[in-house]
Design a protein around this ligand. Structure first.
Ligand code: SAH
Ligand code: SF4
Length: 354
């Protein structure tokens, strides 16, 4: 038996092609598009404005698959980590983070782009757990639809915008899966469908310079974040092995071209590792590198991973480094930690089921 055709992830033109192959009038594609993305149903039987036989036919030959939530863990701060299963039984983790401690708050969703990650950053649980494959766009859209459905069900809420921000910061390097990531974003922002705000979407890259160059030409208004973590090649080569391919000079060129083309402000993420990258000299190098770009800097105090040797700096050291950057004229924030009690914080996602 042939595999069923996956309709999630198709844009309207592709859906139209498919529908015309089936000998149906073009307007049916628009109806289906609306059901999938606007009303967000995965069941053809619920698509009540389609003829009954056509619904039956679709059910036999096509599918809208949303990853199954196998398990979820809820943190004291309300962060939830979902273990999701894909059609080929591979598993990914997806995290939703409440934006405030209030009731009826909205959530940010941290989307995974790959199963594992081939970059292999030394400090990252995902990177040290290997790489299996990249995700398809429907699997990223499915993380949104599946998480939203689960949240609404669990919290007994019917706020259609319960997930208001998306960050492509889960497992994987988004720009190693460039086409599928961009195509998922185009579907998620389509006003005729899911209709998420572009300005509420962030993509974080470990420094894949070619992806940055390509994104500059997409005419999208998403936010670009770059995981810098070190300002000299010697250290960055060790921490983020992709630096050997795109050293800092090459990376910074891509970023400044990006800023020039898009006129958008970028964010540099800087993980804070005790005794490694938070000395005064590191602050000076960071200021020199970032200040001319008028970028934001987001400091991420390291979330410790049991199997890895790195340590989180003391609160004092975190504040001191922060202050050096502020005094140097940078626009800096310190990332709040969420969900570390359930290993859902940045860099704690892992492909081994727990
Ligand atoms: N692969 C992409 C996006 C996912 S990682 C990237 O590297 O940018 C999201 C962010 O979490 C990155 O800035 C990453 O460096 C950071 N991170 C990874 N492991 C971490 C850890 N153990 N503690 C804190 N931040 C971590
Ligand atoms: Fe991959 Fe990002 Fe982890 Fe590096 S930090 S291994 S790029 S997920």
């Amino acid at each position: 038996m042939n595999a069923k055709r996956q309709l999630l992830g198709l844009g309207l033109p592709e859906l139209q092609d498919y529908i015309s192959e089936l000998g149906q009038p073009a307007f049916r594609a628009r109806q289906i598009y609306k059901w999938i993305y606007e009303k967000q149903t995965a069941s053809f039987y619920e698509m009540s404005d389609l003829p009954r036989e056509f619904r039956q036919q679709l059910d036999e030959i096509a599918v809208v698959s949303i990853p199954r939530v196998l398990k979820q863990k809820v943190s004291n701060d309300g962060t939830r980590k979902f273990l999701m299963e894909l059609d080929d039984k591979k598993k990914i983790e997806t995290v939703v983070i409440p934006q405030s401690g209030e009731k009826n708050t909205r959530y940010s969703l941290c989307i995974s782009t790959q199963v594992g990650c081939p970059v292999g950053c030394q400090f990252c649980a995902t990177g040290s757990s290997g790489f299996q494959r990249s995700l398809e766009s429907h699997e990223m859209i499915g993380q949104y639809l599946g998480s939203k459905r689960e949240l609404m069900k669990r919290l007994k809420q019917n706020d259609e915008n319960i997930i208001s921000n998306l960050v492509y910061m889960g497992m994987g390097e988004p720009f190693f899966n460039y086409e599928q990531v961009i195509s998922s974003i185009r579907i998620l922002i389509d006003p005729q469908g899911v209709n998420l705000g572009q300005r509420h979407i962030t993509i974080s890259t470990s420094g894949e310079a070619v992806g940055i160059e390509r994104l500059a030409r997409e005419d999208l208004q998403v936010t670009l974040a770059i995981s810098l973590h070190a300002c000299n090649d010697e250290l960055r080569d060790r921490l983020v092995p992709l630096n050997r391919k795109y050293p800092i000079k090459r990376l910074m060129q891509a970023i400044s071209d990006y800023i020039e083309i898009t006129n958008r402000r970028v964010t540099f993420e800087y993980i804070m590792l005790d005794d490694i990258n938070i000395a005064k000299q590191d602050a000076q190098q960071l200021i020199k590198l970032v200040k001319p770009l008028l970028a934001n800097v987001n400091l991420i105090p390291y979330n410790e991973v049991e199997t890895l040797p790195f340590k989180r700096p003391s609160g004092y050291n975190v504040r001191q480094f922060y202050q050096w950057l502020v005094d140097g004229g940078l626009n800096v924030t310190i990332r709040e930690e969420h969900g570390s009690d359930i290993e859902a914080a940045c860099g704690q996602l892992c492909i081994k089921e727990r």
